[in-house]
Design a protein around this ligand. Structure first.
Ligand SMILES: [Zn+2]
Length: 250
């Protein structure tokens, strides 16, 4: 059997125990997409792989292909993201980010754009001080846009008019004006403050979100709209609400 080596940058989405001494990681690799990789001896403190698959690190890996798995042969850290490890709120937010990407990606599915987006988002979680719920809302909107389902928020989805956008429809794909609301069966009233927040969270860079403060009621309403919208278009449910509850109970 010819041994195949893969050399790639990757982000650790999560890891699990696989035996008394080994751990298995779900890696999102830049070149080969999502794949499982075993770190031999990772549970031993003296192993050179002990830190190789810490969740949310970015590293260069050399992997070799075994019969059932890939095995880590060498690794070199790029981003340790130690703030995520130290701060429980950051860790929950990063876990949400990791889980969404893991759910979206099929095994071996490649997407360099999604990879770079994940890398950028995790760096923001690590480096910036952003309200967790605001970060998750902004991340979700950016993610769904990257996947091709950007909600239309600047003008009515049906007629293109820019005023009286007082409704939101998942099936129509964004804001709907009051004259068109009957054309979208699931159109629900949309408060102007919520529309403004959705637009801002979608477009603004993570850096700018550090100074943003909005009330809990608005944050929750925004999250509810985005969660329902993602469920409709991605056909899978992301439990941002669970993460938010965890954070609020901290
Ligand atoms: Zn309209």
């Amino acid at each position: 059997m010819k041994m195949r080596f893969l050399k790639t940058e990757a982000i650790v989405l999560k890891n699990n125990l696989i035996s008394e001494t080994d751990k298995i990681a779900t890696l999102f690799t830049k070149k080969y997409g999502k794949l499982p990789a075993v770190a031999k001896g990772a549970r031993r403190s003296r192993s050179r792989f002990v830190n190789a698959i810490r969740p949310f690190i970015v590293a260069n890996y050399v992997l070799f292909e075994g019969q059932n798995y890939y095995y880590i042969d060498q690794w070199e850290l790029i981003e340790g993201h130690t703030n995520i490890e130290k701060d429980l709120a950051k860790f929950y937010v990063a876990s949400y980010v990791g889980e969404t990407i893991n759910k979206i990606l099929e095994e071996n599915q490649k997407s360099e754009r999604l990879y770079l987006f994940l890398k950028h988002s995790l760096k923001a979680v690590n480096d910036l001080q952003i309200d967790p719920l605001i970060f998750i809302s902004s991340y979700n909107l950016k993610l769904i846009s990257l996947l091709g389902y950007m909600p239309q928020l600047d003008s009515c989805v049906i007629c293109g008019k820019v005023d009286s956008m007082e409704y939101f429809s998942n099936s129509c794909g964004g804001a709907v004006c009051k004259d068109c609301k009957d054309k979208c069966f699931d159109a629900k009233p949309l408060h102007q403050v919520i529309l403004k927040a959705l637009k801002y969270f979608l477009k603004v860079n993570y850096e700018r979100l550090q100074d943003v403060k909005v009330s809990g009621v608005i944050k929750e309403e925004v999250d509810k709209i985005i969660t329902a919208y993602m469920k409709e278009h991605l056909e899978t449910e992301f439990k941002s609400k669970d993460f938010i509850d965890k954070l609020q109970n901290m």
